[in-house]
Design a protein around this ligand. Structure first.
Ligand code: SF4
Length: 396
């Protein structure tokens, strides 16, 4: 298979009963160790022949098994390693077998060679340069066409590098592969964001696979981890919060106060600070921290201050709302909790974006990073992850 998000793959997923059904079938179809082979070859540096030779079904099953495992950690080293290994596998296949634009997930369109004037081809493809080898000339050949609007979603380079004519971008194979890699990364993120919502319903198999994946990723990225640490619980990064949370923090009018402060802000800030990447939804605060100092010093003051910025101030006319905050943190309806009380009630998970939009549409003013995001916490996690990568690269 050339692309697990392409048309053929989609048809196969549909034939198998849809994505949820596929995820239920995978554990009885392919073993965890077999799935891990899609990743562990990275250490040896060469894709093994068994992977090249996988049938479409085997390929799809083992790839989607990895997506199911990533639902337990949508942004982190595990995601990075799955992307790295699979980009190499699929782009290697695309290079070997040639691109069938009907089979890959990029919106390429067919085109006629005559669409490009001969004189332009001579210049762009360096046809008169005798010193350039035929292989190099083949690499310079414009072979693919995509609507410019579609291309801009993925292209991050200089537009001067692209031949544009009549609203279309004409691309060489290398340029097309670059775009495909970006689209592939985005498709993985989109799929994992969807699966994140149902991770509690996934068979145990995926959690076990995730643990193996995490172990391998820690080993593979050992040097980097030793230098920069991982994006686990850390002081809150307000600058990376999604727009809905920034709006709630500024204070909101009376009709919105309870939802914005007690439901959304309390759940978001507590998870973001204490356990940004919970592997299950029934986790308790006492599973993550030993005493309440972080909650009392770093989470609660932000909630209280946001409540005070509301009009009218939330805790002035509803002093009992503080007990409700502890209730949503999982300590029961109290204002003097101890760490042992954690688990008396569920620790509320941040509501999904569609719930926020339904209950408090004024809070949701999406920015470009909200694309494909289903929950404000994954927005934050994604930004944290990219920030830690950025600073790692800078330090290096
Ligand atoms: S899309 Fe989601 S994360 Fe973004 S502002 Fe709306 S609710 Fe918040």
């Amino acid at each position: 298979m050339l692309d697990p998000f392409g048309k053929r793959a989609k048809a196969l997923v549909k034939e198998l009963g849809g994505i949820n059904e596929l995820l239920l079938r995978i554990p009885s179809y392919v073993g965890i160790d077999e799935v891990m082979e899609r990743i562990t070859w990275l250490k040896r540096g060469k894709v093994p022949p068994e992977i090249w030779g996988l049938s479409d079904l085997d390929d799809l099953m083992s790839f989607y098994a990895l997506l199911g495992a990533l639902a337990f950690s949508p942004y982190g080293l595990e995601m990075e390693i799955v992307k790295e290994a699979n980009v190499k596998i699929y782009s290697g296949r695309i290079s070997k077998q040639g691109i069938d634009y009907r089979e890959i997930s990029l919106p390429l369109v067919s085109f006629n060679e005559d669409e490009i004037p001969e004189r332009d081809r001579v210049i762009i493809e360096k046809r008169l340069h005798g010193e350039i080898s035929p292989e190099e000339k083949e690499r310079l050949r414009l072979k693919y066409k995509m609507h410019i609007g579609e291309m801009l979603q993925f292209w991050e380079g200089n537009l001067k590098e692209i031949y544009i004519r009549g609203g279309y971008a004409y691309l060489t194979e290398d340029q097309m592969l670059e775009l495909w890699k970006r689209a592939f990364g985005r498709n993985i993120e989109r799929a994992v964001n969807l699966l994140y919502e149902i991770r509690d319903e996934l068979p145990q198999y995926y959690l076990q696979l995730y643990e193996k994946l995490a172990g391998f990723a820690r080993e593979y990225f050992k040097e980097r981890l030793e230098k920069f640490g991982s994006a686990k619980a850390q002081p809150l990064r307000f600058d990376l919060f999604p727009p809905c949370i920034k709006t709630a923090i500024k204070g909101v009018p009376s009709g919105l106060r309870n939802y914005a402060i007690t439901v959304l802000l309390t759940s978001f800030l507590s998870y973001a600070r204490i356990c940004p990447n919970p592997s299950r939804k029934d986790v308790r605060i006492k599973d993550c921290i030993k005493d309440l100092s972080v909650v009392e010093k770093e989470v609660l003051p932000v909630i209280i201050e946001a409540g005070n910025r509301c009009t009218p101030p939330l805790f002035e006319d509803q002093p009992n709302e503080v007990k409700n905050i502890w209730y949503h943190l999982g300590f029961g309806f109290t204002d003097k909790p101890s760490i042992e009380d954690s688990g008396n009630t569920p620790w509320y998970f941040p509501p999904n974006c569609d719930k926020i939009r339904a209950n408090a549409p004024q809070l949701c003013k999406p920015d470009r990073d909200c694309r494909n995001i289903k929950n404000p916490l994954t927005y934050y996690l994604r930004k944290l992850y990219f920030e830690s990568r950025k600073s790692g690269e800078k330090n290096e």
